[in-house]
Design a binder for this molecule. Structure first.
Ligand code: CTP
Ligand code: MG
Length: 231
């Protein structure tokens, strides 16, 4: 069922996957019978929540046009940018004229293929009446240390630190304006940080630990394990 306020998905998928050290960007690596990005997009599309999904793709990407999902109705392709934030802004611009200013946008990394419908719905349920929006995040189970060089200088209160995941859910107009104002700022590594720079305080919504980001080679086996567990 679609939420009362329209929701749009934005998927940054224009990275090169340097830390993965593979022969192609990590979103095109095989995982449980499909590519990583096909899992991610099918989970977003099958949730039934979104009006459309805007995907940011590098202009030098030969893999995307080979995938049937690139031509699926409800999938909009936008040019990727230099940094992740540029790719997200480009995808938002591709939704211009379709998304209304106060519609919700959920930005989700192409490299997180284990996202569940439960997490999507939970995020929307918690935030749908919120003025700003927020993000899925994980608390830390480990004790956290502040470090200079290789020496510990303090122990950080675990309750004060969360790991930011995606989806990150914000109003279309507010997110676009925050990203426009932050353009070129390297400190904007997620959507929430762009809104924080505007003095806003996005909410934290606890997500599931299986929503991992494929980053290093060993993460593919872990993602496969989680997918088997999810069935
Ligand atoms: N991304 C993007 N445009 C960029 C950089 C990243 O759309 N200029 C996307 C990636 O494709 C990925 C998501 O942002 O889905 C999260 O980024 P990350 O995990 O850092 O992916 P890469 O940048 O591809 O990997 P690496 O940092 O190891 O090179
Ligand atoms: Mg990166």
């Amino acid at each position: 069922m679609r939420p009362s306020i329209p929701c749009w998905a934005v998927v940054p998928a224009a990275g090169v996957g340097k830390r993965m050290q593979a022969d192609r960007p990590k979103q095109y690596l095989p995982l449980a019978g499909k590519t990583v990005i096909e899992h991610t997009l099918s989970r977003l599309l099958q949730s039934g929540v979104f009006q459309a999904v805007a995907v940011a793709i590098s202009e030098e990407d030969p893999y995307w046009p080979e995938l049937a999902v690139s031509r699926q109705p409800g999938v909009i392709t936008a040019p990727g940018g230099k940094e992740r934030a540029d790719s997200v802004l480009s995808a938002l611009k591709a939704l211009q004229g379709r998304a209304a200013e106060d519609d919700w946008v959920l930005v989700h990394d192409a490299a997180r293929p284990c996202l569940t419908a439960a997490d999507i719905r939970h995020l929307i349920d918690v935030l749908s009446q919120d003025a700003v929006g927020g993000i899925l995040a994980l608390s830390s189970h480990d004790t956290l240390k502040q470090v200079e060089g290789d020496s510990i200088t303090a122990t950080i209160d675990r309750k004060c630190v969360w790991r930011a995941l995606t989806p990150q859910m914000f109003r279309y107009g507010m997110l676009r304006d925050a990203l426009l104002k932050a353009e070129g700022n390297q400190a904007v590594t997620d959507e929430a940080s762009a809104l924080e720079m505007q003095g806003l305080q996005p909410k934290i919504v606890e997500g599931r630990p299986d929503n991992i980001k494929i980053t290093r080679p060993e993460d593919l086996a872990l993602a496969q394990f989680y997918m088997e567990q999810q069935q």
